[in-house]
Design a protein around this ligand. Structure first.
Ligand SMILES: [Zn+2]
Length: 377
């Protein structure tokens, strides 16, 4: 009964997702400069058009992900190549379309097309040039995750043991103002706690966490948001787009995946393999099979419940991190065909139709619209 309802909701509502790593997955597959990219057949990836249709996904934000190792110059070039790739993806699939605003997404939805808006993951590509912000906005980027695994010119990262700025740098502070001015959303996923608190003090516009879950479920994991942060995001009228990864929603999984990562890394160094060597991936998958570290879809529902219990249903959305998490996704939530399962879980837990509609897109779009209002470009 609820399954049928979930399928209907998935078709009736726009389903938006704040973070999908399709561009970087295709880059890893050697398709960065490919002009024609067919996504009309089932792939082994988390995202393709048949899966998106089954799951009812309408608005996956494409992550323009820039690894922290790249210099600012390389980062700028790489960001442009990934944006070109998204353009090539859209131009070679009639079911896909560009979207620079919620209004564009509604138009595409009514024409039965999936929108592929873009967010940039790692502001390193901006260098120390504020004008690059306008440039990337003009190329379609609508949010920037300020940093990734390492500190950069803007701020400190939650994953970096060294804290260079103790929050935002001076350039980072200027950047927040300019992002507010031009209508670029600020994404606090990946930043350190100090950075978060600096941002929330300065920003005049609602912010997002494009792919982060509540830290209450994974104590000590700074990459997730603590309750105080979630409350501040709610006061800011922003949105927490919940990350689906096993390590983000279950503390046992979190510990096991970091154990696996450490074991693989020690083994790799000992055997002199490069990070991208297929054998490394194979060894990792072997350990995963042996240890079964996966969370369950119920854990993701717990993450949503946690935010809901804390601040209500106006600040929750989806930020799956599909195609960016490798083989770490929870049972029953393995790819973009699984949103229906998630909606069914929400119905089972007593969420109303109105609540589910907010979580599917309304909350996220409210933030996006608020950022675009009165912007100066
Ligand atoms: Zn990320």
């Amino acid at each position: 009964m609820n399954k049928k309802k979930a399928v209907k909701y998935s078709k009736d509502f726009i389903i938006a997702d704040g973070h999908i790593d399709l561009p970087f997955r295709l880059n890893k597959e050697g398709l960065l400069f490919e002009k024609s990219i067919n996504l009309n057949n089932e792939t082994s990836g988390n995202f393709d058009i048949p899966k998106a249709k089954r799951g009812g996904l309408d608005c996956p934000f494409m992550a323009i992900y820039i690894p922290s190792e790249k210099s600012e110059n390389e980062a700028y070039k790489f960001a442009n190549s990934l944006i070109d790739l998204v353009e090539n993806i859209i131009n070679s699939n009639k079911n896909l379309s560009f979207a620079n605003s919620p209004a564009d997404v509604f138009k595409n939805f009514n024409n039965n097309k999936i929108s592929l808006p873009m967010g940039m993951e790692n502001g390193s590509a901006l260098g120390s040039e504020l004008n690059n912000l306008k440039y990337f906005f003009s190329r379609g980027i609508r949010y920037i995750t300020l940093t990734h695994a390492k500190n950069n010119q803007i701020c400190d990262s939650s994953y970096d043991s060294i804290r260079k700025w103790n929050g935002l740098s001076d350039f980072g502070k200027l950047l927040i103002n300019e992002m507010n001015n031009i209508g670029m959303m600020i994404d606090v996923s990946h930043v350190s706690d100090e950075t978060f608190f600096d941002i929330i003090k300065i920003t005049q516009k609602p912010i997002i966490a494009s792919h982060s879950s509540p830290r209450a479920l994974t104590p000590g994991f700074e990459r997730n948001l603590n309750d105080e942060m979630i409350e501040l995001i709610a006061q800011n009228e922003g949105a927490v787009l919940v990350n689906f990864g096993s390590a983000f929603v279950n503390s046992r999984s979190n510990k096991m995946f970091s154990e696996i990562q450490n074991t693989v890394e020690t083994w790799r160094v000992k055997n002199n393999f490069k990070i991208e060597d297929k054998k490394v991936e194979e060894y990792k998958n072997l350990l995963i099979k042996k240890m079964n570290p996966f969370a369950d879809i119920e854990d993701v529902l717990d993450a949503i419940d946690h935010v809901n219990n804390l601040v209500g249903d106006d600040y929750i959305g989806f930020g799956s991190d599909y195609d960016g998490l490798g083989n770490t996704l929870p049972n029953n939530l393995k790819d973009v065909s699984s949103y229906v399962n998630l909606l069914e879980g929400l119905i089972n837990r007593g969420y109303s139709r109105e609540s589910i509609e907010k979580i599917c897109y309304k909350n996220f779009f409210r933030v996006w619209d608020a950022n675009l209002q009165n912007h100066q470009t």
